[in-house]
Ligand binder design. Structure first.
Ligand SMILES: Nc1ncnc2c1ncn2[C@@H]1O[C@H](COP(=O)(O)OP(=O)(O)O)[C@@H](O)[C@H]1O
Ligand SMILES: [Mg+2]
Length: 341
């Protein structure tokens, strides 16, 4: 009997389009002799639909307008109870932030990836920094500011306070976002307040970090297989813009990734060890991509993604494939983890 699998994509997350591109790749690589796959699109109002149109329309973000192939699901919890396993190929707050995992938990369906609690911890950059520094891995110096504090403090005092703790240049980001939404490099202190304002449109906590220049951006894949944690050979990002922003990530023809990363063997091994330790301290399951900045002096943990990109250009599958996995094996392993959680 084939396993009845649901693949989710879209949602109200800012990363809706990226999720569709990731899901299309997964759908193209699923072993359909093992799984009976139903495609579930989530629109930007978080309404669920069975989508029976072409995978290509998902990839090109045309499924939302493909009315004749969309069937609205009115009771998602009841609907889920008819299936064996769910694969939430969702990035950003909705999928990675733990919301959909809550629904799966309520419906008692097995699903790929971390639980709702661990997903929301992993999405929270501030909490991750605190947990990761507790195991003596460096994180970039930062100041965290709540929206309440931002709105109720004297502007001059707020800025001075940050200046006393961190030297320019600075980097401002929303605490819980992805795909570089709401981030800014700040070279001039007069631009800091504005940068924070932008970041606050995405989240109610903002991080102001020391800007790390002359760095390599290195990522490491983690996958569980038969309960063992496997870490990949790290990969490296070459971004067109100095900041690996949305354009450089998804549209630029000049950005690219290299697997394996061109770094010292010793640094590679450290990053692999750190990735495993971070996976454990954050209590993650099944899969994650752990991102670092590497300078001449230090290896900094930057962030973790519990549903990393699976687009054509994404690093996570690329790193696993470099270490001998096939795309289909990656999916099989993740399903196996979900069934044996
Ligand atoms: N402290 C920093 N110093 C320098 N560059 C940074 C810093 N933090 C983030 N960046 C740049 O911004 C990008 C996006 O930031 P990141 O924290 O990874 O957020 P997201 O979750 O949106 O990917 C990074 O890939 C990197 O290029
Ligand atoms: Mg990132």
């Amino acid at each position: 009997m084939k396993l009845k699998m649901l693949v989710f994509f879209g949602s109200s997350s800012t990363e809706h389009e990226i999720s569709c591109r990731s899901a299309a790749n997964i759908l193209q690589n699923i072993d359909t002799s093992k799984y009976d796959v139903t495609k579930i699109g989530i629109d930007k109002n978080d309404e669920f639909y069975i989508y029976s149109g072409d995978i290509e329309k998902i990839k090109q973000n045309k499924w939302l307008k493909d009315e004749k192939n969309k069937y609205r699901i009115t009771n998602i919890i009841d609907f889920l109870r008819n299936y064996d396993v769910a694969f939430p190929v969702l990035h950003g707050k909705y999928g990675e932030g733990g919301k959909i995992q809550k629904i799966f938990e309520l419906a008692n369906i097995k699903y790929i990836g971390c639980s709702s609690l661990e997903s929301s911890v992993a999405m929270n950059k501030l909490l991750c920094k605190k947990l990761v520094s507790s195991i003596n891995i460096d994180v970039v110096d930062y100041v965290d500011i709540s929206k309440e504090k931002y709105e109720n403090s004297d502007k001059k005092e707020l800025i001075e306070n940050i200046q006393n703790k961190l030297d320019l240049p600075l980097f401002v980001k929303p605490n819980k976002e992805g795909s570089s939404y709401g981030v800014s490099k700040v070279d001039n202190i007069s631009k800091l307040y504005e940068a924070m304002k932008k970041a606050f449109t995405y989240d109610d906590t903002v991080l102001v970090e020391k800007y790390i220049s002359d760095k390599k951006e290195i990522e490491c894949g983690v996958i569980q297989k038969d309960k063992k944690i496997i870490v990949t050979t790290p990969g490296e990002i070459y971004s067109e813009n100095e900041v690996y922003d949305y354009y450089s990530k998804y549209s630029s023809e000049k950005s690219y990734t290299k697997v394996p990363a061109i770094i010292k063997e010793e640094t590679k091994e450290k990053i692999k060890k750190y990735s495993k330790d971070i996976f454990k301290i954050l209590n993650l399951t099944s899969l994650a991509r752990v991102d670092f900045f590497v300078t001449k002096e230090k290896i900094y943990f930057n962030e973790v993604n519990t549903m990393p990109g699976f687009t054509d250009i994404s690093m996570y599958p690329k790193m696993l494939i470099n270490d001998g996995f096939t795309y289909t094996e990656i999916i099989d392993t993740l399903v196996d983890n979900a069934l044996n959680k």
